[in-house]
Design a protein around this ligand. Sequence first.
Ligand code: TMP
Ligand code: ASP
Length: 233
Amino acid sequence: VKLFYEGKAKRVYGTENLNEVEIEFKNSLTAFNALKKGEFDQKGAVNLSISEILFAQLEKAKIKTHFVRKISENRIRALQVQIIPLEVVVRNRIAGSLAKKMGLEEGGELPFPVVEFYYKSDELQDPFLNDDQIYALKLADQNEVSNLKKQVLEINKVLKPLFQNIGIALVDFKVEFGKTPAGEIILADEISPDCARLWDLKSGEKMDKDRFRRDLGQVKEMYEEVLRRLKTV
Ligand code: TMP
Ligand code: ASP
């Protein structure tokens, strides 16, 4: 099989079917646009399983994803898409870069889910883009941006209560979308503790990549706990 692309956390391979790729979830863990590097055993497998459960729930809610099937513990079959180079973020509470840039404490509930776009570029450190910048730079047109916003808010509507039911606050998350050869925009990449903030509702403990970013320890244990709880939904 031919390696098409290697990213920070995944490798994408070609398959005999031109419409499908194989995606390998790596054990590596990076933060701050790859400035900080780490890994843990079984990380790829844990994130794959978490993504698989979440994508299945989204498909049930009629949200299309690139997921086709699991091949092995750290590989999936997925639809071949052209990734739109925008990181689409939804925030339910104030945390991370929003807290930092406004000098606010983390944790405050936002009155409605806030959607933000970032340009996917480690070199440029994923700069924030507003809608006009996206249109003017031809990264996506108005229809595509409203499509992305609509889908990401639907995704939030499914995932927020799902996590709530297993005692976890979905504080914020990032997703990526891809375009199929037919031009349809579907959810791609993954949804895992790598790209979301997940806080235990009782203890307030962080159960996501902030444990690694902020050197809080028990990274593997917390990712595994998220998976354990998701298996009960
Ligand atoms: P932020 O607070 O750093 O802007 O991130 C918001 C959420 O989006 C957080 O859950 C982390 C996730 N995210 C990524 O996973 N990758 C990214 O490149 C960006 C910008 C955000
Ligand atoms: N864009 C950053 C990265 O993927 C987000 C983070 O700190 O996780 O490295």
